[in-house]
Design a protein. Structure first.
Length: 445
């Protein structure tokens, strides 16, 4: 067995080099350098994930932070302390109008429903965009962002930073090298609970003086402000008009190495076996099953990929593949013809059964700085690894999940090219949403 494993390792290392050069099924964008050697950056949002993104990019020596739009002035402390020269706005539209000639790039870290409007408006001004996941709130928005980025030849990057981490890069390389054989099925999960079974409270609370509620609502339908953090700053993820449920939050992370490793394209169908959401809030404990077309990495004519969140987990026969190992709170199991792989979120992959792969050494992989990739690509040095041409199809597939939960126990057949469900006009209604009057964005509304 040891001799066989050593042979497998030599084969793996040879194939891994080839896989690294060939890359996945998509073509990533190359970009020209900006007029100056400094990337002038603007941010949509100034706290929480927006701050992490802004600060991560700004660590690069050739980045200058010019401005930020933040609807809640009480959340500007970090920006003012670290970047006192940066100008602050409450309305991101005003920031773009006044600052677009002073900017080369922007980063988007707002709630999901503002991702696409901010990114599209920026790209129309020729600005490069780093957008947090999910790329957009709706499938239609994802498609249009990808098309605009290609048309303008802009540098783009989606904020799934672990894509550039050694852990996920190792998992992708293992699958591409055939270490566990052809992929038969995949199961992914997250213990997060971005849902709410209760009705929206029938009340209206005073809006904090620091918050511009109209700007926060943005493209969505106006409604009363509710305190107790019902919407702002993080529980918006539970609300259908603003967030995209647990799957939208974590799916772009956890499905990412699956998509790249298995070289998935657009799914053929999606089916929810979990509860339906309420009128305004997402449901808890989703179970969503996809059928994808076969790829060079898979066995059979199609491949099944399943998602579980909240209290739901893969079936016992899948968990049994772990032996005595505990199932992590978040991650994936890829079942292959020669073995399986557990990929925790975030840790190094584990080959299964462990006795079969005893003595097999995981290949050395180095982490890249996901933020710096974006900056260097703008400067003309290399390319990004999660450009919109990759991250838009990934996000589109993820966003099919929340739509499916609205129609429990119905198999929705998806035509990705035409962006509609061939057997459900009602489900197709959720591919694109209507923007509130006064918030139209060319190309999206």
């Amino acid at each position: 067995m040891m001799q066989s494993l050593q042979g497998s390792r030599r084969t793996f290392l040879k194939q891994a080099v080839t896989a690294g050069v060939a890359g996945p099924f998509f073509v990533r964008n190359l970009l020209s350098a900006p007029p100056s050697s400094t990337v002038r950056l603007g941010s949509f949002g100034a706290d929480n994930m927006a701050w992490s993104t802004l600060n991560g990019i700004a660590q690069h020596a050739k980045v200058s932070v010019v401005c930020a739009a933040e609807v809640d002035s009480s959340r500007l402390t970090k920006l003012k302390d670290k970047f006192p020269q940066a100008r602050a706005y409450q309305d991101w539209r005003e920031m773009l109008r006044k600052e677009r000639h002073n900017l080369d790039a922007v980063c988007v870290g707002t709630p999901d429903h503002t991702h696409a409007p901010a990114a599209m408006s920026s790209m129309q001004f020729g600005l490069h965009v780093y957008g947090q996941k999910p790329l957009a709130h709706d499938i239609f928005e994802c498609r249009k962002l990808m098309e605009m980025a290609a048309r303008k030849k802009l540098v783009t990057q989606m904020g799934i930073q672990i894509h550039s981490a050694a852990e996920y890069k190792t998992a992708v390389a293992l699958v591409h090298a055939g270490v566990i054989g052809k992929i038969r099925e995949v199961h992914s999960w997250s213990n997060k609970k971005w849902g709410d079974p209760d009705l929206v409270p029938d009340r209206s609370d005073p809006v904090p003086s620091s918050l511009n509620w109209d700007y926060w609502i943005g493209t969505a339908a106006m409604r009363p402000y509710l305190g107790d953090e019902y919407y702002h700053p993080v529980n918006w993820r539970k609300r259908q008009d603003f967030g995209t449920a647990t799957f939208g939050d974590m799916g772009c992370h956890i499905f990412d190495p699956v998509f790249e490793a298995v070289q998935l394209t657009a799914p053929i169908s999606v089916r929810s076996e979990g509860p339906a959401p309420g009128q305004h809030n997402w449901a808890l404990n989703s179970i969503i099953h996809y059928v994808f077309p076969a790829t060079p990495m898979t066995e059979g004519k199609t491949v099944n990929v399943s998602w579980y969140d909240g209290d739901e987990r893969p079936p016992q026969e899948i968990q049994a593949l772990l032996g005595t190992r505990k199932l992590p709170d978040q991650g994936s199991i890829l079942v292959g013809s020669k073995g399986s792989m557990l990929l925790p979120h975030v840790a190094m992959p584990v080959l299964l059964p462990e006795q079969q792969f005893e003595g097999f050494k995981l290949p050395p992989q180095e982490s890249d700085n996901h933020y710096f990739q974006f900056v260097e690509a703008i400067l003309g040095n290399g390319k990004t690894t999660t450009a919109f041409e990759y991250s838009a199809p990934l996000t589109e597939s993820v966003l099919l999940g929340p739509i499916a939960t609205r129609f429990p126990h119905a198999t929705l057949e998806w035509n990705a090219k035409k962006m509609h469900f061939t057997n459900s006009a009602e489900a197709t209604r959720f591919v694109k949403r209507k923007y509130r009057a006064g918030w139209a964005v060319k190309g999206l509304s």
